[in-house]
Design a protein around this ligand. Structure first.
Ligand code: 5AD
Ligand code: SF4
Length: 444
């Protein structure tokens, strides 16, 4: 077997894609390895969402050059492949800028990877960044194993064109997999041991897949169908757009106990002026109302979000509106970023870019508030008994690691027999990144 080293940048979609690419390469005799140093192939699955990600790729490529040269001196070869959104956006430019790259493959062409790698082994430097009419998902080999918590891609691409975002350009038009294909894959994952499925898509709640009986299903309907698989104990989905939160999906949060009470729903800004300039197509109050609908449906729902500070034209008042929205809603967790101008997106060419020090100060203020909220959320769990799905062994002997319904990591002394099951845990203390506790009497 040849050794394949994969490095994944960016989002969960890329984590999923990396696993699928590794499987697609298994018939070409590549097996996953933990180290890049003597690998026969290096696959970098890249992210283009913010500037730093692309910079990281080129610095990583620079570091690989001596490894590749050493391998060649010892008579071997090292194929370097660049996949993901930077591959899609930059295409052949990557070959020009990094002489040690052999293959460039965009996110819609992963089923072509074995052929591209074979071409590279023969000395070519292929670039494949087409958007084929069909979905790649159903042309990739099926997965041979699954973790207790598994990702399942159901939707890809985006038609919303938020003015800061590269996704509509790098991942292409919105595409939903047919419900039948999703259900079949979910059943296969469940048979391989998956107990939690996280449904993935760039705009996952825009899902509108072909229904098994011909019509169209939205995400709420799909979730109800997946919840019928007995082995599947938990369902989650990410990432959503507030304007695509329809009544059926809200009702699924009310009616479907397997749908976990934790939702990542990016708002980006609390200012209507900025939201409009971002082309988000919802106002801050629409977001507040959506949260209200969701909390009415499921009172213990915890929220996560994405924020961008320093979008072009963002004033002090606009930023204050973001802080006000955060205070009102209350988040269990959130990601926040300084606006980063992405070539080819409408916001990048605006002449009212916010100076870097202002962005940095706003980011610090927002993160202070979000961290406070996160700490308060987690502190509220001391003494409570919660349901934990055990996913793997913990760091210490005799300990298992799992997740709460709210996606908190939980570490508990528990027997291996509980792997893959949900058990009641009484939370004792909070560590920096997790909760600890003990199995409650009933499950011990
Ligand atoms: N600059 C900063 N953050 C961005 N995001 C997307 N594009 C940009 C950009 N140009 C953030 C958004 C999105 C998350 C995945 O990344 O908050 O929700
Ligand atoms: Fe990007 Fe999400 Fe907006 Fe689509 S909805 S353009 S993926 S930020």
């Amino acid at each position: 077997m040849k050794k394949l080293f994969v490095k994944t940048y960016g989002c969960q979609m890329n984590v999923y894609d990396s696993a699928r690419m590794a499987e697609a390469l298994a018939p070409s005799d590549y097996a996953l390895a933990n180290s890049a140093s003597d690998a026969d192939m290096i696959l970098l699955n890249t992210c283009h969402i913010r500037e730093k990600a692309a910079e990281k790729l080129f610095s990583d490529l620079g570091r690989l050059a001596p490894l590749k040269a050493r391998k060649r001196r010892s008579g071997g070869t090292m194929i370097v492949a660049v996949a993901g959104c930077v591959a899609q956006a930059e295409g052949a430019e990557i070959l020009r800028r990094a002489k040690n790259v052999d293959v460039v493959v965009g996110p819609q062409s992963y089923h072509r990877l074995p052929a591209l790698v074979a071409a590279a082994e023969g000395g070519a430097r292929p670039v494949e960044t087409e958007f084929p009419a069909e979905s790649k998902f159903d042309r990739l080999p099926t997965r041979s194993r699954a973790g207790i918590s598994a990702f399942l891609s159901i939707q890809e691409g985006c038609d919303r064109f938020c003015s800061f975002c590269v996704v509509p350009y790098t991942r292409g038009a919105e595409f939903s997999r047919p419900a039948r294909a999703v259900i079949d894959e979910a059943c296969r994952l469940a048979a391989q041991g998956a107990r939690e499925l996280t449904l993935l898509g760039q705009n996952v709640n825009a899902y509108h897949g072909e229904a098994p009986d011909g019509g169209t299903w939205g995400l709420g309907r799909l979730i109800r169908a997946l919840a019928e698989i007995p082995e599947v104990l938990r369902l989650r989905y990410t990432t959503s757009h507030p304007a695509d939160m329809d009544d059926e999906l809200v009702a699924a949060h009310r009616d479907e106990p397997k749908l976990m009470p934790f939702l990542h729903l990016p708002v980006q800004s609390g200012s209507d002026r900025v939201l409009q300039a971002m082309n988000r197509r919802h106002r801050a109050d629409d977001y507040r109302r959506t949260i209200e609908r969701l909390r009415t449906a499921r009172s213990d729902l915890a929220l996560s979000s994405d924020f961008i500070v320093g979008f072009p034209g963002e004033s002090d008042d606009d930023f204050a509106a973001t802080l006000a929205l955060v205070r009102e809603v209350g988040f269990a967790q959130a990601f926040s970023f300084k606006y980063s101008a992405r070539p080819g997106t409408p916001a990048a060419t605006r002449d009212d870019q916010v100076p870097e020090p202002v962005k940095a100060a706003r980011l610090a203020a927002l993160q202070t508030l979000l961290t406070e909220q996160q700490d308060r959320f987690n502190a509220g769990f001391a003494g409570r008994t919660i349901a934990v799905l055990f996913e793997k062994r913990g760091r210490h002997l005799g300990q298992l690691a799992g997740r709460s319904p709210w996606l908190q990591a939980v570490h508990v002394a528990a027997p291996d027999a509980l792997l893959g099951s949900v058990a009641a845990v009484r939370v004792a203390a909070r560590e920096p990144n997790s909760l600890t506790g003990a199995l409650s009497e009933a499950s011990a």
